[in-house]
Write a protein that binds this ligand. Structure first.
Ligand code: IPD
Length: 317
């Protein structure tokens, strides 16, 4: 089999993301039939299924020799070394169901177990994150007006700020990225997930408390914790540099595969959610993602400090 053409794959996924985005924004979440999967917090809608159907048929016809791993159709979340598309049609289905616009379509291409291309698109904000291994990570988004809208009564009352063009910006947004200064200076994303009892639930809830508590509780005293609802967008926020870290157990390769490439290409690092797991698998289901910093200053220290606050051990099959 010929070596995969990563640029061509990137461009195909980029176009598919735009098509998928139009399907997502034109669907009315309030009229969308909702099914539950494992339990009442594990949701899927007709739009998730329709988007995955469109993406998988398009990729299968263009790349018939490549494997397809999709959230709504794959029976196992296991990744093999074969060239593989890894797709989550709507990452943040719970947000979508509530019409909360923090969602994305997340598409990765992996080969020999390594994610090499990543596309994450939030069609509500039109922010599209994209990366190819070795070529940097970018945000393509509507240009942001640089001045405030004109005030009414100042001669331009009918002028509306118009977003007329798209800008492609290299990540991280602040370059060089400031050094990481440890947990006490950090804004951290965590997610509750849909498993609400047992060892992993205990580990998560105890770790949330240990990250946020002050020194008298042996806590990390982070600036704060955020729980935003899309693993893929959390990774992109780490790649941008506006989250310092993201820790989660329970999500799948399709939630993080694309964000993984984007984070690494922006100078960040993905390790396991449990102490000492420096080389995690994409389908390992528990992750710690830390942003880049100039010369990687403070990155390894931050990872070790974070692991020191994990209370228990995340374990997934
Ligand atoms: C979920 C989101 C959420 C994470 C869950 C995922 P889905 O993906 O990424 O942030 O906490 O673990 O399952 O189900 O909305 O595609």
């Amino acid at each position: 089999m010929a070596e995969p053409n990563l640029q061509e794959i990137h461009d195909s996924l980029f176009s598919l993301a735009i098509r998928a985005g139009a399907m997502i924004t034109s669907a009315n979440p309030h009229l969308n039939p909702i099914d539950t999967k494992k339990n009442s917090s594990d949701l899927v809608t007709e739009t998730d299924k329709a988007v995955e159907d469109m993406v998988s048929s398009s990729l299968k016809s263009k790349y018939p020799d490549y494997t397809f791993l999709g959230e709504e159709t794959s029976t196992s979340g296991a990744l093999t070394p074969a060239p593989t598309f890894i797709v989550d049609p709507i990452d943040g289905t719970t947000n979508f169901v509530h019409a909360h616009p923090y969602i994305s379509i997340s598409m990765a291409f992996a080969h020999k177990l390594k994610p090499l291309v990543g596309i994450v698109y939030n069609p509500f904000t039109q922010q599209l994150y994209h990366a190819i291994h070795g070529k940097g990570a970018y945000l393509t988004a509507p240009s942001i007006p640089t001045s405030h809208p004109p005030l009414p009564g100042k001669g331009e009352s009918n002028v509306e700020p118009v977003v007329s063009a798209y800008t492609r910006t290299k990540l991280p947004l602040k370059s060089p990225a400031p050094p990481l200064a440890g947990l006490t200076q950090a804004l951290v994303a965590v997610e509750w997930g849909n498993e609400r009892s047992g060892n992993n639930w205990e580990t998560k809830t105890r770790t949330f408390s240990s990250l946020a508590g002050d020194a008298s509780t042996d806590g990390g005293m982070v600036h704060s914790l955020r729980s935003l609802g899309s693993a893929a967008l959390n990774c992109c926020a780490v790649a941008r540099g506006d989250l310092d870290a993201y820790w989660e157990g329970g999500c799948w390769a399709w939630d993080v595969g694309a964000g993984w490439v984007i984070v690494e290409e922006a100078g960040g690092k993905v390790v396991g959610g449990n102490e000492g797991e420096w080389e995690p698998r994409v389908d390992g289901r528990q992750y710690l993602v830390v942003r880049g910093s100039e010369g990687r200053k403070g990155q390894e220290e931050m990872i070790k400090e974070f692991w020191g606050k994990v209370r228990g051990r995340l374990e997934y099959e």
